[in-house]
Design a binder for this molecule. Structure first.
Ligand code: SAH
Length: 197
């Protein structure tokens, strides 16, 4: 269930068709993942909504996304951290990163910086982050990602494969971790140093 009405508003305000290959425009509002090239997919709208709700985004937050893909998820998150927020999104396929930048400019998501590289190691130069979101399935929340999370920060992402479990962890002020299992889901695998390579 999506609790934050701002998530629903963000879904309404960002045109998903702009993030899809043009041949798929008429399917833009089907609630399912769609291929965006390079064997990757744009997540289904309901999964994006569940993840954005679970992230508990607020205006002004600093956010890291691992797996830019089309940029759709980043565009929605940008609405939720506006004004004053910054989102760094890492994509390891350069072609997708370039396309995502164009898509994000087209919807005016100026809060987002897309960087090309291995996001399995996070993006230390913009850390710390209030929120970290993985949009591909990881073996675990790797130490470099946890190190880049602010105190009281939240990290969310699918862990494991076939199926993955959507998992949320929060670093509390005393340094301990609270981890929650939010259910089964299906995602493409994280590549790179801390991925499934
Ligand atoms: N959030 C995207 C969907 C992402 S699909 C959207 O809204 O469209 C997952 C993405 O993670 C793919 O584009 C894949 O190329 C990327 N990915 C996989 N391993 C990665 C890594 N180590 N670093 C950065 N991106 C990675």
């Amino acid at each position: 269930m999506v609790r934050d009405p701002r998530v629903v508003e963000a879904l309404r305000s960002v045109p998903r068709e702009l993030f899809l290959p043009s041949a798929w425009s008429e399917h833009a509002y089907d609630d399912r993942p769609i291929g965006i090239g390079h064997g990757q997919t744009i997540s289904a709208p309901h999964m994006v909504a569940i993840m954005l709700d679970a992230l508990q985004l607020e205006p002004g937050q600093r956010v890291l996304e691992v797996g830019t893909g089309s940029g759709y998820h980043a565009a929605l998150a940008a609405r939720l951290i506006h004004p004053g927020g910054r989102l760094t999104s890492v994509e390891n396929v350069e072609d997708l990163a370039r396309q995502a930048r164009e898509n994000l400019i087209a919807v005016g998501a100026t809060e987002v910086t897309v960087v090309a590289g291995d996001g399995s190691q996070g993006w230390p130069s913009h850390a710390p982050y209030d929120r970290i979101c993985l949009t591909c399935a990881a073996p675990r929340f790797a130490p470099p990602l946890l190190d880049q999370l602010a105190t009281d920060g939240v990290i969310l992402g699918p862990l494991g494969l076939d199926p993955s479990r959507l998992t949320r962890a929060r670093r509390s002020t005393d340094g301990s971790w609270i981890e929650e299992d939010l259910g089964a889901c299906a995602f493409v695998p994280l590549r790179g140093k801390f991925g499934f390579d």
